[in-house]
Design a protein around this ligand. Structure first.
Ligand code: AHN
Ligand code: ZN
Length: 290
């Protein structure tokens, strides 16, 4: 319920599009919220160059728990929303709420931060909210064929090359991306299996032990270019992606993905609970003597 309320609050700012007032207002709220849970909050406030050469503000927000402990777990999600619903059949040029795409992972992580402020995990935890993940070219401006640098995950790429702590490397990382929808399904994703197979095994086994096997499927999907790709390749932290995929959907993502339907009506507290409780079990299991 808390994670749900945290998503509704993010949505209330309006679409969190880089360069808008909603971005500034939501960043300020996220920062203040995390500061209420830990004194160790760092905001990376930079400008990044998007696909069309324009510079936009990028605010990565990182909250640390037990910063003195060297064994660390990175929990992350992107908090920006895509400027267009270009997968919508009708309203392609409009922004959308991004309750799931952007809001949901952050909602779960804020609730984990709140819990960590009341009960220490015995291991170091860094919660990173990355900006400007989803400002890649809309489908009407995408140039296929010619080689493009990756135009997504710009906040994460900045952090991976300039981590909030010098020489930062976590023991492992978990990315949450679209983890709030009713009946979400999380197959094991290709880059996660390549760089962090033991983390995939651990998280899926933990979820199944807790009774969440209906969400965490023992099925594989190919590589998805998401924030974890850069955490793996640029930072060196082995990082998995928990991402809602729908094998019956033409593009492989959930049917509300990048459409006007990505709003609070798709969010289900049962899914948020399954993901949040699984993560808590995984991180408390890493404590010495657990
Ligand atoms: C791309 O579609 C480039 N990446 C999938 C990751 C994503 C987009 N997550 C949310 N929006
Ligand atoms: Zn997206």
């Amino acid at each position: 319920d808390s994670a749900y309320a945290f998503i509704a609050k993010q949505v209330s700012f309006g679409p969190r599009i880089p360069g808008t007032v909603a971005q500034t207002n939501c960043a300020n709220w996220l920062t203040a919220k995390l500061k209420s849970y830990t004194t160790h909050v760092i905001v990376q406030d930079v400008k990044v160059e998007i696909y069309n050469g324009k510079l936009v503000p990028c605010k990565n927000i990182i909250a640390s728990f037990n910063p003195e402990i060297s064994k660390r777990i990175l929990l992350c999600a992107h908090w920006d929303t895509r400027p267009w619903s270009d997968q919508d059949s009708l309203k392609k040029k409009s922004a959308f709420d991004g309750a799931d795409d952007g809001g949901s992972g952050v909602g779960v992580l804020l609730e984990i931060a709140r819990l960590l402020s009341t009960q220490q995990a015995g291991v170091g935890i860094d919660i990173a909210l990355f900006d400007v993940e989803d400002y890649g070219p809309p489908e009407w401006e995408a140039h296929s064929g010619e080689e493009q640098p990756i135009q997504y995950c710009l906040g994460t790429q900045h952090w991976a090359e300039n981590p909030h702590v010098e020489n930062y490397r976590a023991y492992f990382g978990i990315l949450l991306d679209m983890v709030g929808a009713k009946n979400a399904t999380f197959p094991q994703e290709g880059i996660s299996l390549q760089y962090a197979p033991s983390v995939v095994k651990n998280v899926w086994a933990t979820a199944h032990t807790l009774g969440y096997g209906n969400y965490f499927l023992y099925e594989k999907v190919g590589a998805i270019t998401d924030d974890h790709a850069f955490i793996n390749s640029l930072n060196g932290t082995p990082c998995i992606d928990i991402i809602n995929m729908d094998k019956t959907s033409p593009n492989g993502f959930a049917r509300h993905w990048h459409t006007q339907r990505d709003n609070m009506s798709v969010i289900d507290t049962n899914t948020l609970k399954a993901v949040g409780q699984t993560l808590l079990q995984v991180i408390f299991n890493e404590a010495p003597g657990a």
